[in-house]
Structure formats: C-alpha cells, structure tokens
Design a protein around this ligand. Structure first.
Ligand SMILES: C[S@@+](CC[C@H](N)C(=O)[O-])C[C@H]1O[C@@H](n2cnc3c(N)ncnc32)[C@H](O)[C@@H]1O
Length: 211
C-alpha cells in the first residue's frame, strides 16, 4: 500500500547516494545534515527495530553500529539488491509501511526520507498499526520532509520554482508532503505522545512514544 512511487527508485537507485551527499544541486537543501539526521533517528531507536524504506541502507548501517537487531522493509527490488550487497547478513524483506511481515516483536519503528509516500489517511492507518504492535513506551522515529503549514509549503515550492529546481518542485507537488499540525493530530489520535525537531529547511525528526 502507498506503493505508487516505488518505480521512481528503479532509476534513482544508481545515483541516490550521490544525491544524499549533496551532488544533486536541486536536492542539496533537502539533504543538508543527512548523516546527522540519520544518526539522530538511530540514537533514539531501541531494538528490535523495524526500518521502513531502507533505500541504500544508510540508516540501517547506523542502527547496526549501535548493536540493534534490525529488520529492513523495502518495496523496491533494486534498492533491496543494493542494500543486500552492502550489508550481507541483514534481514531485508519486500513490504511497505502498511503491509509487513517481520516475524519479530519490535520495540521501535524507524524510517528516513520515506513516510511522505503515504497519503495522510494512510499515515494515520500506519500509526494505528504501529500502536497495535508496540508495547507502552515503544517508539516510532521518523525523519521526513514536513512543513510548518500549508502556506509555508507553498512558499517553499514558489522559492524552488523561482530558482529553477523543476524536478524538486514536481516531487513536492506529486508526493504527499504534509504539515506538522496534520502529522501531530494523526499521531496523537493513534495513542502516542510526539515531539518534532526541525533538522534542516525541509526535514523534521518525529519522535513518537506509545502511551
Ligand atoms: C528517498 S528514499 C529514502 C531511503 C533511505 N531511507 C534514506 O534515508 O536515504 C525512499 C525509499 O522509500 C521506499 N518506499 C517507497 N514507497 C514506500 C512505501 N509505501 N513503504 C515503504 N517504503 C517505500 C523507496 O523504495 C525508497 O527506497
């Protein structure tokens, strides 16, 4: 579910690590402090941990460095192949934010740069699923692009349009980037407390704890 953008990564897989390292001018601001952002997610996670939208495994490596048991969930086959090559003994399954059979009882769910692939209705459903599976005190730690308000989103899109970042503008209009208030409501409605920290001009750290 929420898999309508998966094929985009058949192409992007080849240059994705260049993008996160700032070599793609249009996405440079999105990936400012990329490694710090991933580290911030990894630092709060407790194991066993389920990671969604693993991509090329950059967050996975940080989770494993902390000695956490990780099950990766990634719907794109090319991404799974790249990550399996990088991290030989990782348990990595085909699945998505809403449908995943991980065979463990997770203490936390984590993700970076991926939750915007779900509509807001799907995001709410996802948090309800995580609430059912986590113990009290269990965590959902997601880093993703969010906007303070719909007006702030439109201002950034206009700014990127003006400086000629057509691919980024298309992405921001195509996918389901939401706002902090919308995200806060759907997370608290599912039975979590939540804190948001702004990490760069696009990305927030979402730190949710099951009540
Ligand atoms: C922008 S990449 C992020 C990769 C990595 N987490 C990172 O921080 O660099 C988004 C990833 O989410 C995956 N994805 C797309 N739709 C998804 C869904 N519905 N559920 C889980 N992952 C999804 C894509 O295949 C891709 O690997």
């Amino acid at each position: 579910m929420g898999r309508e953008f998966v094929e985009i990564f058949d192409e992007w897989v080849h240059t994705y690590d260049d993008s996160v390292n700032g070599k793609d001018v249009e996405y440079k601001d999105v990936f400012v402090k990329y490694n710090e952002i991933l580290q911030a997610v990894a630092d709060v996670a407790t194991g066993p941990v389920v990671e969604f939208g693993v991509g090329t495994g950059n967050l996975t490596e940080k989770l494993l460095s902390r000695g956490l048991k990780v099950v990766g969930v990634e719907p794109n086959r090319a991404m799974r192949e790249v990550t399996a090559e990088k991290i030989a003994d990782l348990t990595l399954i085909d699945g998505d934010f809403l449908e995943f059979k991980v065979g463990i009882t997770p203490q936390s769910f984590v993700s970076s740069y991926a939750f915007h692939h779900l509509t807001d209705v799907e995001k709410a459903r996802a948090f309800q699923i995580y609430a059912e599976q986590l113990p009290t005190g269990g965590k959902v730690i997601f880093a993703d692009t969010l906007f303070d308000s719909e007006m702030a989103k439109q201002e950034i899109i206009a700014f990127e349009q003006k400086r000629g970042h057509a691919n980024l503008v298309e992405d921001l209009n195509r996918e389901y980037y939401t706002t902090v208030p919308v995200m806060e409501k759907l997370i608290t409605d599912a039975g979590f407390t939540v804190e948001f920290s702004k990490m760069n001009n696009y990305v927030f750290l979402i730190d949710a704890t099951k009540k």
